[in-house]
Design a protein around this ligand. Structure first.
Ligand SMILES: C[S@@+](CC[C@H](N)C(=O)[O-])C[C@H]1O[C@@H](n2cnc3c(N)ncnc32)[C@H](O)[C@@H]1O
Length: 353
């Protein structure tokens, strides 16, 4: 049973690892990228970014199945994973795709060739059925220049767009037709950004032509063909994917330590919108950092007398624990630190050491 917080599903490492193991036979995407995709699904659900999940370039379906398995795990019925592919393999690469693309297309006996990434729709649908995922997926068969122009009208908002279509022309087509459907706060992932030159050129060209300021972030794994770089992602938001991921993990840290429904104070300087009551608060709103140790201690004791049971300090406010050294000493003397990670410290205000 998935943990929930304020009615939203909270998926974590255990659920993601189980789903990755399940879809492993159906994907050529390395484990680290699949795990990252799992965190992307988890964070989007927890942050309630609106929209569906779209993968362009699905081969046997593995990465799409991962997203669908996590939707099933979380009990989410109002989002669907859209699987877009020719289901006939890759079109030929062009010069702009670079030497590694040319080598890929020429070396047909290489284990990487995989029959030109061909997997038939019937086989992929059968696999989805075998995994019990059919009610979470929709198939869109055909070449992208035919199928993608009409897709936003069918899908609506997109929370995660995963582009795994190798070549320049395919990646550009995906961006041209689907970028605008990506919701604010949503994620766009490029599986081949490091693998093939054409993919990187398509991404940069599109962002430059539209004057979009999205920052590309790398997905890094252990030793792989591109020295560990496995994919790139940008978030359609001034705030990065890394921040979104850490925020989600901080929520998991808190949820593991604090019983559901308990009264929780949160010190995050309003940078993370963590669930809980802001501390210190004035009429329910964050009042800004306290003037000094005495003001912080007074606010804490007032909140404790008012029924607050837990206090979580998140990393944007870690400096408090040094700057307000008197407050930190008081907190440690009158509460028990029940969780401490590089993201969050949680104190139980009910029990003194
Ligand atoms: C590398 S594979 C995808 C791998 C997959 N995501 C996984 O989890 O293993 C690339 C896929 O993109 C599809 N593809 C590439 N360009 C396309 C286009 N222009 N139209 C339709 N499908 C395309 C190919 O058919 C192939 O299945």
């Amino acid at each position: 049973m998935t943990t929930t917080l304020a009615g939203r599903p909270l998926l974590g490492g255990a659920e993601i690892a189980r789903a990755v193991a399940m879809v492993r036979p159906y994907s050529m995407v390395p484990d680290a990228s699949l795990v990252e995709l799992g965190w992307q699904v988890a964070a989007v659900l927890a942050a309630d970014v609106p929209g569906h999940f779209v993968e362009c370039g699905v081969w046997r379906g593995g990465a799409s199945f991962l997203m669908a398995a996590l939707l099933r795990e979380a009990g989410v019925r109002d989002r669907t994973v859209w699987l877009c592919d020719s289901f006939e393999g890759l079109p030929p690469p062009a010069d702009i795709d670079g030497p590694s693309a040319r080598r890929y297309a020429e070396e047909r006996s290489s284990p990487r060739y995989r029959d030109n990434c061909r997997a038939g729709l019937d086989d992929v649908r059968e696999s989805a059925g075998r995994l019990g995922l059919l009610s979470h997926v929709e198939f869109v068969k055909g070449w992208f220049d035919r199928t993608l122009p009409g897709l936003p009208a069918r899908v609506g908002d997109v929370a995660i767009l995963r582009v795994d279509a190798d070549w320049y022309a395919s990646v550009r087509t995906c961006l041209e037709h689907l970028y605008d459907a990506v919701a604010e706060g949503g994620l766009v992932v490029f599986d081949d950004y490091y693998a093939f030159e054409g993919c990187a050129v398509a991404v940069h060209q599109f962002l430059a032509e539209r004057r979009l300021p999205h920052r590309l972030e790398s997905v890094v794994g252990d030793g792989d063909a591109w020295d560990g770089y496995q994919a790139a992602v940008f978030r359609k938001s001034p705030l990065t994917w890394r921040l979104m991921r850490r925020r989600h993990q901080a929520i998991l840290d808190i949820a593991a330590a604090v019983p559901a429904g308990a009264s929780l104070l949160v010190v995050d300087e309003q940078q993370l919108a963590l669930p809980g009551l802001p501390f210190p608060a004035h009429e329910g709103l964050y009042a800004g950092p306290p003037a000094d140790d005495a003001a912080a201690i007074e606010a804490l004791e007032r909140a404790r007398a008012g029924g607050a049971h837990f206090l979580a300090v998140a990393w944007p406010a870690f400096w408090w624990m040094e700057f307000f050294a008197g407050f930190a000493r008081h907190l440690r003397a009158t509460a028990t630190c029940i969780a401490g990670t590089d993201r969050v410290m949680v104190f139980d205000l009910r029990r003194a050491l």
